[in-house]
Design a binder for this molecule. Structure first.
Ligand SMILES: [Zn+2]
Ligand SMILES: [Zn+2]
Length: 429
């Protein structure tokens, strides 16, 4: 049986006093209360990561919670474990001699099936088993990528956030030294410990039309898709079309770096099996140091570089190298960050006094805002730390619109600082 903590039920005597601690002092959010009239109780849920705390308030002096509080005082009332098959779980417990309050599952809130196990079998704790309804299960277990095409006006430039679907990477590798207990609250892992990541290239329309990064592309086989949990139902072709563009409208393709989740879409395999540039009219701009690293991989970065994503660009003669931080088109310049890889670069976009930044893997998701939250994949994490801290200062100061290429839910946002604390305010258009 696989059981996941759903919530911890706490019987309270004085709800306002309890909220003063759990909501105000701890800073947890409280959801709208749910009345369970059959039990004469009102439940207040406070999400904590993937589980919740449930404050139980009696609505009548004859409710079980009122009696519980009267007898023992307020405190831990029960824990609820989520199971996939509650009948199988009950049968298994019964076979092992556990004392059950409910021999058969009964209907709980929101279409769930529930059953209680007696505290005498659970070492003094009342245990509730819960099998959520199918509808309730889907959103919690399968977070979705926001693949909406979004347009942002930045002075005279138009920025269009497009999407090449999603993939999954090991959550531990995505957060480096940060313990799972912390990162799992921000990025719930799947049963293989992988977290959901978007791939969101950015279009800049000004004098010319530029595409920054191009996602994964469609040259990979089924085994690759399985390993990385690839979902490209909403892909770059589709979202470009929704943006009113075709691949032939792109004049410049700019690479933050050449890892497969950024450069895979640079090329396509044609009917004859030959790999060629996808954007037929475009010049591809790549940092020379990154090109050298990508074409001479070592044991530590080899898995990230797939030659078919970039070597055909050289063969087709469409590459332009940049050696330094410089302007690529009016309003758009590149800046080396290093860290993730030696020549990783971000893109700074400026027009009419407004600034935006496409930070690529310097800060792949909004969860990476915190200084020590640095990917284990990074080759030079201390360089990431320095570059990130300097960038965040600048982003706060200049009120930059920051694009998060891999964040599943937040394509872009502003970094705000209040009382020494930083947070991201999503910008959805
Ligand atoms: Zn990368
Ligand atoms: Zn990446």
């Amino acid at each position: 049986m696989k059981a996941v903590l759903d919530h911890v039920g706490i019987a309270v005597r004085d709800l306002e006093a309890a909220l003063a601690f759990y909501r105000d002092a701890l800073g947890l959010e409280v959801e709208a209360p749910e009345d369970v009239s059959s039990q004469r109780v009102r439940a207040h849920f406070l999400p904590v990561g993937q589980a919740s705390l449930e404050l139980l308030e009696a609505t009548s002096s004859d409710s079980a919670i009122a009696k519980y509080v009267e007898k023992r005082g307020p405190g831990l009332h029960h824990i609820t474990l989520r199971v996939d098959d509650i009948s199988a779980a009950l049968a298994q417990l019964k076979a092992r001699g556990a004392r059950l309050v409910d021999e058969h599952p009964r209907a709980g809130a929101e279409g769930a099936l529930v059953a209680f196990v007696h505290p005498s079998s659970a070492h003094g704790v009342l245990v509730e088993l819960k099998q959520p309804s199918l509808e309730a299960r889907r959103p919690s277990l399968e977070p979705q990528v926001d693949s909406t095409v979004r347009r942002y006006q930045l002075g005279d430039l138009e920025l269009i956030s497009v999407c090449d679907g999603s993939f999954r990477l090991d959550g531990g590798a995505m957060f480096g030294v940060v313990p799972k207990a912390l990162w799992a609250r921000h990025a719930p892992p799947d049963d293989r410990n992988r977290i959901l990541m978007a791939m969101r290239p950015l279009i800049v329309r000004g004098m010319r039309t530029m595409l920054i990064d191009a996602g994964l592309g469609d040259k990979d086989d089924e085994k690759f898709h399985e390993i990385y949990g690839v979902d490209r139902a909403r892909n770059l072709d589709r979202t470009l079309q929704e943006a009113g563009l075709s691949p032939d409208d792109i004049d410049i393709v700019l690479a933050s770096h050449l890892h497969f989740d950024h450069a895979g879409g640079f090329t396509v395999r044609d009917a004859s099996g030959r790999v060629r540039p996808k954007f037929r009219r475009a010049q591809y701009v790549v940092r020379r140091g990154e090109w050298e690293d990508a074409t001479h991989p070592h044991e530590r970065n080899r898995a990230s570089y797939i030659a078919d994503n970039f070597v055909p660009l050289a063969e087709a003669g469409v590459l332009q190298f940049v050696d330094d931080d410089q302007t690529i088109m009016p309003g758009v310049r590149v800046r080396r960050t290093g860290g993730h890889c030696m020549h990783h670069q971000m893109v700074i976009i400026e027009s009419a006094g407004k600034t935006a930044a496409f930070v690529a893997d310097l800060m792949p998701t909004t969860a990476h805002l915190s200084a020590p939250w640095i990917m284990g994949y990074d080759l030079y994490p201390m360089d990431t730390l320095a570059a990130k801290k300097a960038f965040i200062e600048e982003a706060v100061q200049k009120n930059m619109l920051v694009f998060f290429e891999h964040d599943p839910a937040v394509p872009a946002g502003y970094i705000r600082e209040e009382n020494g604390k930083r947070r991201i305010v999503p910008a959805l258009s």
